[in-house]
Design a protein around this ligand. Structure first.
Ligand code: PXP
Length: 239
């Protein structure tokens, strides 16, 4: 089976817009699992712009929820991961001024630190993946550093599909990378910018066993959830 990881960061984005408790990422995590997600992803950013420490604490305490923590490669984040023990960690690059994670990790930089982090997480049975651009060289380095999985950044192909441009070259690149990673016995995941269309395209790459999807799922949930919420208000407002 192919796993679906639901990234709930943007539930926290909406919550934080009011500085109150609604909508509650913890409820979104429970509901996503109830409706068929295999895992929940949260990205605890350095600036805590969406998910915060309290969210991590409560969601990681729910042992029935397989949790994937996205984090930057820093000792501070490593200590947080060791404290809350998510099931999985995905190491991602982080720039303070980006709107979202713009590309894969630069695995050539900070090799020793990344290796140390992976080693500590492996020891604690936390499965670690590295978020990479589709690059054979980076996959080889990820394997050498001891990562168990890689997550291929699908931002570029997602944009090409959305703009109805030719995505064949990027598709073949991702396919080659997925095959290579699988031949090294690395788990192959994909994420970023995915919607229905791009997911259908990528599904042809059989080596990809996990998709992590956030913004589109939360956006669609708002569009499709409107029906029920308005119905509830119509009932309340009926004379
Ligand atoms: N995977 C990783 C590693 C991410 O950092 C993100 C968020 O940027 C996602 C998946 C989900 O991306 P999106 O919200 O565009 O679906």
């Amino acid at each position: 089976m192919i796993n679906l990881g639901v990234n709930i960061d943007h539930v926290a984005t909406i919550r934080n817009a009011r500085g109150e408790d609604h909508p509650y990422p913890y409820h979104a995590a429970k509901n996503a699992i109830k409706y068929g997600a295999n895992s929940i992803t949260i990205h605890l950013r350095e600036d805590r712009r969406h998910i915060n420490d309290k969210d991590l604490k409560i969601i990681s305490s729910l042992k029935k929820i397989p949790l994937n923590l996205e984090m930057a490669a820093t000792t501070k984040m490593l200590n947080i991961a060791l404290k809350y023990k998510p099931n999985f960690v995905c190491i991602v690059p982080e720039k303070r001024h980006e709107i979202t994670t713009e590309g894969g990790l630069n695995v050539n930089k900070n090799k020793e630190l990344i290796k140390k982090i992976i080693k500590k997480l492996n020891k604690t049975n936390i499965r670690t993946s590295l978020f990479l651009n589709p690059s054979l060289k980076d996959i080889k380095i990820a394997n050498d550093l001891g990562a168990k999985c890689i997550e291929i950044h699908t931002g570029k192909i997602s944009n090409l599909v959305k703009k109805k441009k030719n995505y064949n070259k990027e598709f073949l690149k991702i396919k080659l990378c997925a095959k290579y990673a699988a031949s090294l016995k690395l788990g192959v995941h994909a994420g970023h910018g995915l919607d229905y269309k791009t997911t259908k395209v990528l599904k042809k790459i059989t080596q990809i066993t996990e998709y992590n999807i956030g913004h589109f799922i939360i956006g669609e949930s708002i569009e499709y959830g409107l029906k029920n919420v308005i119905k509830n208000f119509r009932k309340i407002l009926k004379k």
